[in-house]
Each structure stands twice: as structure tokens, then as C-alpha cells.
Design a protein around this ligand. Structure first.
Ligand code: HEM
Length: 313
């Protein structure tokens, strides 16, 4: 809706003012590693959507794992967000991009609220830290912005980029050959289960282990994620990134993503890609979630800035 519209430049400027400006790095998910994978769709995927992603033939995927936030030196051994961004390279040049996060909810329900939250976290020039009274006042008036952080505090520090669930958070429509749309929300789940560290283990691991851990893991045995869709029922909210579907909704595996290689350094195919979740293949539809459409323009702004600066990671 028009009242939800927020200038994309203003959003990226607010990120830089509140979280820091690190030239060449993504303004969000700055610390990351590029990888490659292969996706093989399932019969359930083919039944739900005409997308060629689910043909059953292997599809090459560009993969980027990252730690949440704007800081390229973020600690790997702290609780918080991890990301799984994907670009499916489908036949005939078609692509499917997505950016998934390690929580079932996002930190705001519409772009204006997100901008307000980010602005409330801007450091006070005098103290160089956010003003606790301002942060509290905004969160008290907008309690949805606390849900994601509360989720992360209940989870252990991930032991591996391949040991955590990654949710799409938004609803998407899966359109079959008769034109029928099934709405749902997805999550990528490691087939080997989630892997967490105790507080002592996290301390012993130090702040930089996730990229090398992934390289070693992939060399030993390529990790596999199930692409699981939770099916919405009539009446379920399809427009809210802070409202998961009810837990009892049916779940289907749309296929499996295998991670087959990891870049040896900060380079790789990801550098010039922004993972815009509105880039969808035929057979997949965006929902009316205002947070979904609002991502496209700021990602392009962010990509433009870091390309000019000289892209890193
Ligand atoms: C209007 C709201 C949002 C803004 C302004 C925003 C902003 C950004 C920006 C600027 C980037 C870096 C883009 C680049 O340089 O290529 C980014 C990355 C990312 N965002 Fe958002 N974001 C928003 C909403 C969301 C939501 C709702 C999710 C939930 C799934 C999300 C998940 C991610 C992920 C996973 C990445 C990292 C992707 C990568 O590895 O490149 N963002 N975001």
C-alpha cells in the first residue's frame, strides 16, 4: 500500500548511519562466503508448480552463506542471524533468487516500521551507542520488532553454516499446470539436523570459523538441505513476515539442495549478485507481504554502491 512505501535510498542510508558503512561490503549479510550447489526437485514440487526448478533434473545453484548484519568482521561465535541466499540457474537463462534467514520471522512487519526500528538504533554521537530510551520507546510502540531477537536468544550459536534452518519468511504462491495456486512458506532444513554450540564451545571456537568449517565439511561430505514447503490453508495470513503459519500445517519436500563447493576466499560468483527475492521463475508468485516487494529496490541500491566501491565478499 502507498502508505507503506519507503524510499529505498533512505533505507540504505539508515542502515549505514545505524550499523556502519563498510565500503565494498553488503549493507546486510556483509560477512559471507560464496558456494555452489545443485538442486534436484521432487515429485511433490512438480505437482505444486510448473517451475523448471522442480523438473527433477539437477539445477546449478549459486549459494551465499552469511552472518547477519553490516559488519564484515562480525563474530561467528555469537548468537544471531545467519543467511542462506540462493540463485537457481534454470534452463533458458531463467533465474530464481531468494535470501533466507535463520529465523521463522523477520524483524519488522512493514517497511515503515523497519525504517523506524533501524533509525531507533542509530548511535548517539555523544555516546557512540544507541540511546536505550529511544530504542525502548520504539519497541514498546512496535512490539513485532522484538520477536526475531527473542527467537535468536533461544537458539544456540550455530556450529556450521550447514547446521541451521533457513526460512523464506514470506509467503509465495506455487502455480500448477491447471493454474491453481497453493500458497505456502518455505524453510531449508539440513538433512543431517541442526548443529549448535554450547556457550563454552562457542567461546573456544573464536570469532572466525564458519567459512573454513564449511570448506572442510563440503570436502568430507557435501551437506544436503531439504527445501520444505509448509502449505497454507484458507484464512492463514499470507502478508506477514512476522507471523509464521500455524505449526500443524502440512509440510512437503520440494527437493534437495546439495552444497558441492565453497570459494577458497572472499571471491566467487556472488560478488556482483544481489539476491532479490522478487526475481521469481514462471510457476512461482509473490505474495502481498509488504516486506517482500520492499526488498527489491534497496538491494539494487546496495549493489550499486558496493560495485562502485569495489565489491568484496
Ligand atoms: C525493506 C526491508 C529490507 C531492507 C531495506 C533490506 C536491505 C538489505 C540490503 C541492502 C542487503 C544487501 C544487498 C546487496 O548488497 O546485495 C540485504 C541482504 C539480505 N537481506 Fe535484506 N533487507 C530487507 C528485508 C529483508 C527481509 C524481510 C529478509 C528476510 C528473509 C531479508 C534477508 C536478507 C538476506 C538473507 C540478505 C543477504 C543476502 C546475501 O547474501 O547477499 N532482508 N538486505
Amino acid at each position: 500500500a502507498a502508505q507503506d512505501a519507503v524510499d529505498p535510498t533512505r533505507l540504505v542510508d539508515a542502515f549505514e548511519a545505524s550499523f556502519g558503512k563498510y565500503e565494498g561490503y553488503r549493507r546486510s549479510g556483509a560477512k559471507g562466503v560464496c558456494a555452489r550447489g545443485e538442486f534436484v526437485g521432487s515429485a511433490d514440487g512438480r505437482a505444486l508448480s510448473t517451475s523448471s526448478a522442480f523438473s527433477g533434473r539437477p539445477v546449478p545453484v549459486i549459494v551465499r552463506f552469511s552472518v547477519g548484519g553490516a559488519n564484515p568482521r562480525a563474530a561467528d561465535n555469537a548468537k544471531g542471524q545467519r543467511n542462506l541466499a540462493l540463485q537457481f540457474n534454470l534452463p533458458d537463462g531463467e533465474v530464481w533468487q531468494m535470501g533466507n534467514i535463520s529465523a521463522p520471522v523477520f524483524g519488522a512487519e512493514n517497511p515503515a516500521q523497519f525504517l523506524g526500528r533501524v533509525e531507533s538504533l542509530r548511535p548517539d554521537p555523544a555516546t557512540k551507542a544507541p540511546d536505550p530510551a529511544r530504542v525502548k520507546a520504539f519497541a514498546d510502540a512496535n512490539p513485532q520488532v522484538l520477536l526475531q531477537g527473542q527467537y535468536f536468544m533461544r537458539q544456540p550459536v550455530p556450529a556450521s553454516f550447514a547446521g541451521v534452518n533457513y526460512w523464506g519468511v514470506h509467503a509465495f504462491g506455487f502455480v500448477d499446470g491447471r493454474g491453481t495456486t497453493q500458497w505456502g512458506k518455505w524453510v531449508f532444513e539440513p538433512v543431517g539436523g541442526t548443529l549448535g554450540l554450547s556457550d563454552d564451545e562457542a567461546k573456544a571456537r573464536g570469532p572466525n570459523f564458519l567459512a573454513d568449517e564449511l570448506r572442510e565439511r563440503v570436502k568430507a561430505k557435501p551437506p544436503v538441505f531439504d527445501f520444505v514447503l509448509q502449505l497454507a490453508q484458507p484464512g492463514d495470513r499470507l502478508d506477514s513476515a512476522v507471523t509464521p503459519l500455524p505449526e500443524d500445517r502440512r509440510r512437503l519436500s520440494l527437493g534437495q539442495l546439495t552444497i558441492t563447493g565453497v570459494a577458497p576466499d572472499g571471491g566467487g560468483d556472488c560478488l556482483a549478485i544481489t539476491f532479490n527475492p522478487m526475481v521469481l521463475p514462471k510457476g512461482i508468485q509473490p505474495s502481498a507481504d509488504p516486506m517482500l516487494a520492499a526488498r527489491a529496490a534497496p538491494y539494487a541500491v546496495g549493489l550499486g554502491r558496493r560495485l562502485v566501491e569495489g565489491p568484496k565478499q
